[in-house]
Design a protein around this ligand. Structure first.
Ligand code: PMP
Length: 419
């Protein structure tokens, strides 16, 4: 695409400063100037409907979150080694959404830090060092967490203590996804132990986002979690993507599966854009970890972070966002299934407002269709991304405040572009 002069100049400045680390969305990148609800507004004067973003989960610039942050930043903001009310109000409200056994919270600033800590806890409790993750998983960016994030590898293989299993895809495992996935986990554990590596844990994103979104049937994770526990490892539920109501079936993705994690990690939507993340676990796990190591995180659990996060929990409740995720998600799913009959779509899947539309045909995956749609939708004012091993799964993940009108706008535009 030929870029407008101001955009071309900004792209060039970015390339100079941020170098090879700079990745931009769209053939024609967007310059954002403000945001509200489900919309981002760009320098071209247009509003863009955001179907990409699961960080502003209660809506961009939600007035409640803006007000809470403004109020707290003007009052005081310090690290967590003082007493103040708001972090306790927050911890209690958040923990009340978990099964009672999961009663301790550690706050961090990013999903990566949360997963890093979870891996350390799992090693400490199990005495092992080996982890099983899915083949296109992403769990974060620290040195340790990058090892369990195969979607980040541009070349090379995982280190010996990391074993990959296929995603829970009915196309691979047929009708019994639960058994197929559990068998794959069991085989991976057996293979690592045959190499002399003790198993420490199974780490999965409970909606398998970067693998291409796999949600059904609810409960399929149960068998794999049993396998992990029998083998002496822990089950770590990464709720960075499905957490905070996105699946429309309660707050957490793991509860759709009726499983009990040993450790839950969360992030992204937690502060609606303010960097706050966390780990929830049983007290004995945290106590054992703290016997060996101190853990301090300068910016985590600050009054400012917890003010943002408390406002998010209140907004989810007050705005009825979990019910909205369920009902708008159901509508969107029905319309996409209808579209499937008329387009090269091999699967439509997901839960609530996290849906995946997989493009392909008998020849195989069709990432070029997903890519074409991403750029075509951007031209029509709708923002969206892709996932999956082949990049052929359109990833539908809007703020939870979207309506059926927004959903119709997306599917109508997709239908038009596909035709
Ligand atoms: N886990 C999952 C499932 C994620 O999608 C991400 C971020 N994409 C992370 C962890 C890491 O979170 P952060 O970028 O906040 O470190």
């Amino acid at each position: 695409a030929t870029l407008a002069p101001d955009i071309a100049a900004l792209v060039e400045r970015r390339r100079k400063s941020y170098g090879a680390g700079s990745v931009l969305f769209y053939d024609e990148p967007l310059k954002i100037v403000r945001a509200e609800g489900a919309y981002l507004y760009a320098s071209d004067g247009r509003g863009y409907l955001d179907f990409y973003n699961n960080v502003p989960t209660v809506g961009h610039c939600h007035p409640k979150v803006v007000e809470a942050v403004q109020r707290q930043v003007g009052a005081f903001n310090i690290h967590s080694r003082y007493l103040f009310d708001i972090s306790h109000d927050y911890a209690e409200k958040l923990l009340a959404t978990f099964p009672p056994a999961l009663s301790n919270l550690v706050l961090t600033c990013t999903g990566s830090e949360s997963n890093d800590l979870a891996l350390r806890m799992a090693k400490r409790i199990s005495g092992g060092s080996g982890f099983v993750v899915t083949r296109t998983a992403y769990h974060g960016n620290t040195a340790t967490v990058t090892e369990v994030s195969p979607s980040s590898y541009k070349r090379g293989a995982p280190p010996p203590h990391v074993r990959l299993v296929p995603p829970p895809d009915p196309a691979l495992f047929g009708n019994d996804v639960a058994q197929g996935f559990a068998d794959a986990v069991a085989d991976a554990i057996a293979a690592m132990e045959a190499d002399g590596i003790k198993f420490a844990g199974l780490l999965v994103d409970t909606i398998f986002s970067s693998d291409g979104v796999y949600a059904d049937p609810p409960g399929f994770l149960k068998a794999a979690v049993e396998v992990a526990h029998k083998a002496g490892g822990l089950f770590i539920a990464d709720e960075v993507q499905p957490g905070f109501g996105r699946t429309g079936a309660g707050m957490w993705g793991f509860s759709r599966h009726g499983v009990m994690p040993d450790i839950v990690t969360m992030g992204k939507p937690m502060g609606n854009g303010y960097p706050i993340a966390g780990v929830v676990t049983r007290p004995e796990i945290l106590t054992a970890f703290c016997d060996d190591f101190g853990y301090f995180n300068t910016f985590a659990a600050s009054p400012l972070a917890t003010a943002a996060a408390l406002a998010v929990l209140e907004a989810i409740e007050e705005d009825g966002l979990i019910a909205n995720a369920a009902s708008v998600g159901r509508h969107l799913m029905a319309r996409l299934k209808h579209l499937q009959a008329k387009a090269p779509i091999t699967a439509v899947r997901g839960a609530g407002l996290y849906l995946g539309v997989e493009f392909g045909d008998e020849q195989g995956p069709a990432p070029e269709i997903a890519k074409g749609l991403i750029n075509g939708l951007r031209q029509r004012g709708i923002l969206i991304g892709a996932a999956g091993q082949y990049g052929n799964v359109l990833k539908i993940r809007p703020p939870l405040c979207v309506t059926t009108v927004h959903a119709d706008e997306l599917v109508d535009a997709m239908a038009d572009l596909l035709a």
